[in-house]
Design a protein around this ligand. Structure first.
Ligand code: AMP
Length: 397
């Protein structure tokens, strides 16, 4: 039967959605949109595949008091009027954490929902929103199958060493390991690498997903070999509001000497650090790039220095570097950030073509560069829609 797939990506302050035709091989949705600024000033926007803006309808009434539940309650009926005459065949969700057991797209059942609930402590700022969206859809359309696609799954191909912390074995056995995130983005980039790199796609590739949340993934044979995020989405690169890798002694100091509580420290590490913390201006790279304040430049410089350092730390997992791919909001759009990172990677042979970089071209490495450097837009929704299609055809896979 032909119909539509709806994909939902429920984040901490936004809900992104897309509607795909089930019979179209295209990775382009017929509608793509989001409600941003949930909890502050919600702003709805949606466009058709042709680029036409769609009217917000009842979603125009959202205000500061509208939480995720209120947004979903208005969004789902809005979507129902925009799937045309195509029945909704499945709803796919980006879910941040699948733990060690959920290693691929999974049809949601009451027992799967229980598993997802048990993983909330591992992703307290994201997983509850993913679960709430699943429950809201089940209330609205109880008979429509729902599919969970996990940000952690792509990394389960890693060697055990890449997943271990040097912690006591008993803690490792409890599941305190490096899970890694942004897996749907990496899966998409992995799927299109041959279009850009031919045979080199199966070589030694590092993908830099640089957005509000940022991480890197080292791939060989288009599979994850190592990644910068760890047990939680706090580790690794500096981000919009998150600190990234931090000496754990700082956390002990904040607790023991400054007397801060766990929630207070969580707030500092997840919400007050990163670009926002260092600049004391904004978590938004574009705002910092436009600012003349030296603290803004210092935040950008630190972001790029730490990104280059993280990349260097990933190289041993794949034994060298054939290609570097930039993706996500900053990676796809900021020529300045790409330049500052690549300038620190010349020892690896990476050389930019500055003109191509400023143009946001796809291939931005110079002809002499032994490392291909590319800008490839990510498309996590397409990965989720593809998973819906696959699971509906073969639900036990
Ligand atoms: P994402 O989380 O992938 O949506 O990325 C959001 C980040 O991308 C924000 O920090 C934006 O400022 C940044 N961004 C988007 N467009 C640009 C641009 N043209 N130049 C610099 N940063 C940008």
């Amino acid at each position: 039967m032909t119909g539509a797939f709806l994909t939902i990506n429920a984040g901490s302050s936004s809900i992104k959605f897309a509607v795909f035709d089930s019979d179209a091989a295209s990775t382009k949705p017929r509608i793509r949109g989001k409600v941003a600024g949930i909890g502050t000033t919600p702003v709805f926007s949606a466009r058709t595949a042709g680029g036409g803006a769609l009217d917000a309808g009842a979603l125009a009434s959202l205000d500061v008091l509208s939480g995720h539940d209120a947004v979903i309650a208005l969004l789902l009926p809005w979507l129902a009027t925009h799937t045309g005459d195509r029945p909704l065949l499945a709803v796919g969700h980006r879910v941040v954490h699948g733990g060690q057991d959920l290693t691929g797209p999974t049809l949601i059942s009451p027992s799967v929902l229980e598993q997802l609930e048990r993983l909330v402590p591992l992703a307290p700022l994201h997983q509850p929103h993913n679960i709430a969206a699943i429950r809201a859809v089940a209330k609205w359309q109880p008979d429509v199958p729902q599919v969970a696609c996990f940000d952690t799954s792509f990394h389960r191909s890693q060697d055990r060493l890449a997943q271990l912390f040097a912690l006591p074995r008993a803690l490792t056995d409890e599941g305190i390991i490096r899970y890694g995130f942004h897996g749907l983005s990496y899966e998409y980039i992995s799927s299109v690498l041959p279009d850009h790199l031919g045979d080199r796609a199966n070589g030694r590739v590092i993908v830099a997903h640089l957005g509000n949340g940022s991480s890197m993934c080292a791939m060989k044979d288009r599979k994850s070999a190592a990644t910068s995020m760890g047990f939680t989405a706090l580790d690794g690169l500096m981000m919009g509001r998150r600190c990234g890798a931090l000496d754990p002694g700082v956390v002990l100091y904040l607790m023991q000497d400054k007397g801060l509580s766990a929630p207070e420290i969580e707030d500092i590490l997840y919400k007050q650090s990163g670009l926002l913390g260092v600049s004391a201006i904004s978590n938004d790279m574009q705002v910092l790039q436009d600012s003349e304040n030296p603290h803004a430049q210092e935040a950008i410089d630190l972001f790029c220095y730490r990104a280059a350092s993280s990349l260097a730390a990933l190289v041993p997992s794949i034994g060298g570097l054939d290609a570097l791919i930039f993706t996500a909001g900053i990676g796809e759009n900021s020529a300045m950030v790409r330049k500052l990172i690549c300038d620190r990677l010349s020892w690896l042979g990476a050389a930019l073509d500055d003109t191509a970089n400023v143009r946001n071209a796809v291939q931005i490495s110079s002809h002499q560069s032994p490392v291909d450097i590319l800008v490839i837009p990510t498309n996590e929704e397409a990965v989720v829609a593809r998973a819906c299609s696959t699971l509906l055809q073969s639900p036990t896979s």
